[in-house]
Every structure is written in structure tokens, then in C-alpha cells.
Design a protein around this ligand. Structure first.
Ligand code: ADP
Ligand code: ASP
Ligand code: MG
Length: 409
């Protein structure tokens, strides 16, 4: 049994006691128990904040050495709490369970995990308390898996030891039709497919980190998202399509990106390749890209794209240099944006869903600054001040506040 506890679930010693009690009870029911812990609530932000007081662009290797400490503290404290209850437990860091990652500091990807250390810890009757979020690259440098990465540690360990289920304990009692903290009419989903969860997560529903869902899907690990504050059943994330025929299953929003606009760049082959090639070399991922259509005989075009706010400081110089070399381009940055998205497998077979989304936003007087679509989602960039308004209007506009959901259209 793998149980992952997020920041609020280990926020203080009382909460850690609840974690320890649950883990011990699960072990007494006859299970081998592996607990994965996050840093105490707010701790990762505090650590990153300290680094940014020193410099706007801290060294990435040292950032990971710093950020990983939050989880080490939680793991040791939870293990001690289990001891205090009379149970047996051992804390383990990422490198001790041989979570090997690539060397992409602050967003490393797991290559391999050796299940043997976790298994032998359980075999000796101990609860393995593993520090989430961290691993080590082939050189032994400490790496972290990106914000929310403890979810991925948990699913990866669950896959490595072939756990029956990976329980994700958090501060909400499941996956909702949208973030229940900003939309009071959000409803809990009993069951959601990997595919839809993947889309929701990639569009900002931070209840599960996207990589964790990818891994769960790849290795067939069932995920149970539930609350560490209650015993109620949460949401099962599995391969089954639980929401058949639902056009829109959920609404997500993401405030973590900033918009960059290159205005009047020369309209000739190689220009966008140049811009995005430069960013790729620095490991900066770009999300939305919008290029205004070339006009016949026109000499220039505009290119708009979004990058993570956390990458913006690092790529500003690069983009400015690039713009100078390309010639003629003006540059604008806008961090005050949010991407709101509607997601649903049923969109594949229904027309008019995007139009309805635009209509709902227009009805609230919200201007759309950019649009992207895929088979099962539509995303719009809008001003961040409209986040709550847009999410609530879309949620209720697509009927997600009602038990029968938005079937049909
Ligand atoms: P943890 O620290 O336990 O990992 P997170 O803060 O990372 O918790 O994730 C839980 C949060 O995800 C919730 O408090 C909620 O605000 C947010 N969230 C966003 N979208 C959803 C959704 N569709 N369903 C549930 N929670 C969501
Ligand atoms: N502590 C890390 C974070 O805040 C990892 C996690 O909580 O999953 O992003
Ligand atoms: Mg999280």
C-alpha cells in the first residue's frame, strides 16, 4: 500500500500524528505500507523565497539541494511520530531508494527506481517513510521533480513495487469538476479516466502532478485521491472511462504562465525556428504559441507564446537578444494572465463546444487573448483578474453544478 501525504497533511506535528496513526492502522490490517511525504505546507515556497532574496536567477543545482530539504524534514518527523505510537518506521531519502533521474534540475524526470530498499524495509516490519519530490542524477547530484512532484514519487514507487493502489492524501476529498476552493458549486467526481485526469492536470488542476498521471497510466497504477482529514472515499483514477458521453468533465485554470509577445518580426522562413530553438536549448518549455497569419505581401508578423513564470527571468535576456538579432521586433511581457480550460472526452464527438465556451466568457464581458484546442480540450488565455468569474461561469454554464453533468450539449 502506498500512501502519499501532501503539504497540508503534514503541516504540523498534530497532522503528522494523524498520518502516523493512519499508516500504523493500515499496517496492522496486514499491509506492507510505504508512506511518501511532501514538505510541510509552505516550506518549499519559503525555501525558494530565500534563494530569490539572494539572486533573481539562482543556480539550479543549488536550488534543488535547497528545495529537497523540506521533504527530508517531513520524512524524519513522520518516522519519529510512528515510533512514538509504538510502530516501526524508517525514513528514506530519494537517493537512498535509488530514485535516479536525469540532470534537469528543478524539473527532473525519473529514469529508474529500485524497489528493493523499500521492499526490504517493509519486510523487516517497518513502514518506509520516503521523502517525496527528490531523486539524484547519474552523477549523484540531488534533483527535484518539479512543483507537486511528490505525487510522481508516490506513483513511481507504487509502480516499482507493484502496489495495489496509490493513495494520494490531500486537503480536498477527491478530484472535483473544478477547483472546489474557488468554485462553491464544484462536485466531487467518483471516477475519472487517466486520459481526462491527464488533461486536467496538464491544464493546471494541481491536485495531481501531470507526471504522476502519465506514470500511473503507463504502468496501470490505480490512484485514489482522498482527504487526510476524513475517512470518506475519494476519487478513483483508472483506465476505465467513467464519464462516458460527458462533453465537459471539468474546468481547469493555470496562473503559472506568463505571456510573451514579439511584435513585427520579419515574416520569413527560420524566424520562429530561431526563437524557439534558443529557448529549447535552455530547457525552457513553451506552452501556447500563436502566430498571426502571414498576409500576402506582408513583411512582418506577430508571435505570441507563454512560458512558466518561473522561467521568465531566465529567458528574458535570451528572447531580447534573439529579437535584436532577428531585427525589427518589439517585445511585450504580461504575467497577469490565466489559462482557463474545459476538458472532456465527449468533445470528440460533439460540435459547438468551443463556441459555447467563447459565448459564456463573452457573456461575462471577458476578453479572450489567445485560444488553443486539442481533441478533448479548449483553452483560453484571459486577464488573471477574471479567474474566479470565468471558472464559475464556465462550470455552471456547462451544467457541471448539476448531478447529471453536461451530457449532450
Ligand atoms: P497537496 O499539498 O496535498 O499535494 P495540492 O495543493 O498540491 O495539495 O493539491 C490540492 C489542491 O488542488 C486543492 O486544495 C485544490 O485547491 C486544488 N485543485 C485544483 N483543481 C482541483 C480539482 N479539479 N479537484 C480538486 N482539487 C483541485
Ligand atoms: N514540496 C513540493 C512542492 O511544494 C513537492 C510536493 O509538495 O509535491 O512543490
Ligand atoms: Mg500537490
Amino acid at each position: 500500500m502506498v500512501q502519499k501525504y501532501g503539504g497540508t497533511s503534514v503541516a504540523n506535528l498534530d497532522r503528522m500524528r494523524a498520518v502516523a496513526e493512519r499508516a500504523v492502522a493500515t499496517q496492522r490490517e496486514g499491509n506492507d505500507v510505504v508512506v511518501i511525504v511532501s514538505a510541510m505546507a509552505g516550506e518549499t515556497n519559503r525555501l525558494l523565497g530565500l534563494a530569490h532574496q539572494i539572486t533573481e536567477v539562482p543556480d539550479m543545482r543549488e536550488m534543488d539541494a535547497l528545495a529537497a530539504t523540506g521533504e527530508q524534514v517531513s520524512a524524519a518527523l513522520v518516522a519519529m511520530t510512528i515510533h512514538a505510537l509504538g510502530g516501526r518506521a524508517k525514513s528514506l531519502l530519494g537517493h537512498q531508494v535509488r530514485i535516479q533521474t536525469d540532470a534537469a534540475f528543478t524539473k527532473a524526470r525519473i529514469h529508474t527506481i529500485e524497489g528493493s530498499k523499500v521492499r526490504s524495509t517493509c519486510a523487516e516490519g517497518s513502514i518506509a517513510v520516503v521523502a517525496g519530490f527528490q531523486g539524484a542524477d547519474p552523477e549523484g547530484n540531488i534533483t527535484t521533480l518539479g512543483r507537486g512532484g511528490s505525487d510522481t514519487s508516490a506513483v513511481a514507487i507504487a509502480a516499482a513495487i507493484k502496489a495495489d493502489v496509490c493513495e494520494i492524501y490531500t486537503d480536498v476529498d477527491g478530484v472535483y469538476t473544478t477547483d472546489p476552493n474557488i468554485c462553491p458549486s464544484a462536485r466531487k467526481i467518483d471516477h475519472i479516466s487517466y486520459e481526462e485526469m491527464l488533461e486536467l492536470a496538464s491544464l493546471g488542476a494541481k491536485v495531481l502532478q501531470i507526471r504522476s498521471v502519465e506514470l500511473a497510466m503507463k504502468y496501470g497504477v490505480p490512484i485514489h485521491v482522498r482527504s487526510s482529514f476524513t475517512d470518506t472515499t475519494g476519487t478513483m483514477v483508472t483506465s476505465e472511462e467513467g464519464l462516458e458521453a460527458v462533453v465537459v468533465a471539468g474546468i481547469a485554470y493555470d496562473k503559472s504562465e506568463a505571456k510573451v509577445q514579439l511584435i513585427n518580426v520579419p515574416d520569413r522562413p527560420g524566424v520562429v525556428a530561431r526563437i524557439f530553438g534558443t529557448l529549447a536549448e535552455k530547457n525552457v518549455s513553451v506552452d501556447m504559441i500563436i502566430q498571426s497569419p502571414s498576409r500576402e505581401g506582408g513583411a512582418t508578423t506577430d508571435v505570441t507564446f507563454t512560458v512558466a513564470k518561473t522561467d521568465l527571468a531566465r529567458c528574458k535576456d535570451l528572447i531580447e537578444q534573439c529579437a535584436r538579432e532577428i531585427g525589427g521586433a518589439a517585445l511585450e511581457y504580461d504575467p497577469d494572465i490565466v489559462k482557463v480550460s474545459i476538458v472532456g472526452l465527449g468533445m470528440r464527438s460533439h460540435a459547438g463546444v468551443a463556441a459555447r465556451m467563447f459565448g459564456i466568457l463573452a457573456g461575462e464581458g471577458i476578453n479572450i487573448q489567445g485560444i488553443t484546442t486539442s481533441e478533448i480540450k479548449v483553452s483560453c488565455i484571459i486577464h488573471s483578474k477574471y479567474t474566479e468569474l470565468a471558472v464559475r461561469a464556465l462550470h455552471d454554464g456547462f451544467g457541471l453544478d448539476k448531478a447529471s453533468a453536461a451530457v449532450g450539449g
